[in-house]
Design a protein around this ligand. Structure first.
Ligand code: MG
Length: 159
């Protein structure tokens, strides 16, 4: 069986926060607000994996009401989810994702993000694709109020 999962997340820009996208810290005057490190892309990838595995969503596993997840390293959460996926006898075939962000430009950071996510997912970088787009100055992304991310994960029965 092949199973596909979708993930979506968004976080608001805030002063005095780090901008972490796919486990890579990107120099910028603002970062993303939230309970964990607010790594919007890694959160979308986590939900895509959970979706394809039939394991619910990120909020069920790592509630933002719990103090132990404050400023959590989202890559560590992703690695925990990768463990849950393999415990269910599933193997990751491919992850594709898109970051929607007006600024800064993601292009210079895409190779590092791809490598970081592939490492956390335990797959070759060829199995991970990272895309970026702006909001064309429309909506919350386009106005620079926040960042959104989409991800799709394809899993197969390990075998
Ligand atoms: Mg999130």
């Amino acid at each position: 069986m092949t199973a596909v999962g979708i993930g979506y997340d968004s976080h608001r820009f805030a002063e005095g926060r780090r901008l972490v996208i796919g486990g890579v810290e990107i120099p910028h005057e603002r970062g993303l607000e939230g309970h964990s490190d607010s790594d919007v892309l890694t959160h979308a990838v986590i939900d895509a994996l959970l979706g394809a595995s039939g394991l619910g969503d990120i909020g069920e596993h790592f509630p933002d009401t719990e103090e132990r997840w404050r400023d959590a390293d989202s890559i560590a959460l992703l690695e925990a989810v990768v463990g849950m996926v393999s415990e269910r006898g599933l193997e990751l075939e491919h992850v594709d994702c898109t970051v929607l962000m007006e600024a800064p430009k993601l292009a210079p950071h895409k190779p590092a993000i791809r490598a970081r996510l592939a490492d956390a997912l335990g797959v070759a970088a060829e199995r991970v694709n990272v895309k970026a787009t702006t909001g064309e100055r429309i909506g919350f992304v386009g106005r620079g109020e926040g960042v959104a991310a989409l991800a799709v994960a394809t899993l197969e029965n390990a075998g």
